[in-house]
Design a protein around this ligand. Structure first.
Ligand code: PXL
Length: 277
């Protein structure tokens, strides 16, 4: 079935993250991908000395109204980095009005990493993001985001007790399926923890040293692409993890390429994993 989905996140003109990663990855997954840019930045905010930022919050309700008049609907909605706290209400309106009945709403909180909020976000943004995430069918937080969404203390090293506590709090607040990314119980490995229908499953894989910008967005996009191709959540989480590792493999030896991963060269690997080739 040919599906049209919508992704809402920023355009970082340079930086291989958010929409410039989501659109090609979702297209490679065979999905017609409509976009709604939340903001336009000259480049992402991780590691550059500055950036331009054009907030597109006030475009959102106007675009929704147009889509309503044209009867344009989406089989799934996937949100990432958003431009303002106010925007989150507009995003909720779009999901409510334009997502087909039975379609999934997937939210990547995309607001923090390594114990810190991204530049430009504050406590009010976190409160709004809670509302969005707890209304979603699937969320993809990293440990930092899960801690923020549950008002828990962030821990750099942790065990199962800590992730169980985060899981319990997220479920209590209304989270449905949770895909925790970057969960590492020992130094040599990392992985994803998928909580669905009261069951937790962990996919552990090797850890490649170093931090790589944009891998959260590459991961979430690849996950959504697999999910909307009919793979179950845990299988989609595995496909996305293997693809993200492949992207890092293709990038790690190039020290000039610090701002993103070379996800384009690993797309054939992803398409094969989806059994589209
Ligand atoms: O990759 C997440 C992301 C998306 N968009 C913008 C960012 C970041 C992370 O820093 O700055 C603009």
């Amino acid at each position: 079935m040919y599906k049209r989905i919508l992704t809402i996140q920023d355009v970082s003109c340079v930086g291989q993250c958010s929409l410039t990663a989501a659109l090609p990855i979702l297209s490679a997954a065979g999905l017609e991908t409509a976009i709604l840019p939340s903001a336009v930045l000259s480049n992402h905010t991780g590691g550059f000395s500055g950036w331009t930022f054009t907030d597109l919050t006030e475009d959102m309700p106007k675009i929704r109204e147009r889509w309503e008049l044209e009867n344009i609907e989406f089989a799934a909605v996937y949100t990432g980095y958003l431009g303002s706290a106010k925007q989150i209400d507009y995003v909720k309106d779009i999901v409510k009005s334009r997502l087909v009945s039975g379609g999934r709403f997937i939210a990547d909180p995309a607001m923090a990493d390594n114990g810190k909020l991204y530049t430009g976000f504050d406590a009010n943004f976190v409160e709004e993001m809670k509302k969005l995430c707890f209304s979603a069918d699937i969320i993809l937080p990293n440990i930092t985001e899960a801690a923020l969404l549950t008002d828990s203390k962030y821990k750099e090293t942790y065990d199962r007790t800590y992730t169980d506590m985060l899981t319990e709090k997220l479920l209590k607040s209304g989270a449905k399926t949770i895909v925790f990314t970057g969960i590492s119980y020992k130094p040599e490995t990392t992985g994803v923890l998928v909580v669905e229908n009261g069951e937790s499953k962990y996919y552990e894989h090797r850890r490649i040293a170093g931090g790589f910008h944009g891998t959260g967005d590459v991961y979430a996009s690849a996950f959504v692409g697999a999910l909307e191709n009919g793979f179950p959540a845990f299988d989609s989480a595995k496909i996305a993890a293997d693809y993200t590792l492949e992207c890092i493999e293709k990038t790690k030896s190039d020290d000039q390429h610090w701002y993103g991963v070379k996800f384009e060269s690993a797309l054939p690997f992803y398409i094969k994993a989806l059994k589209l080739l």
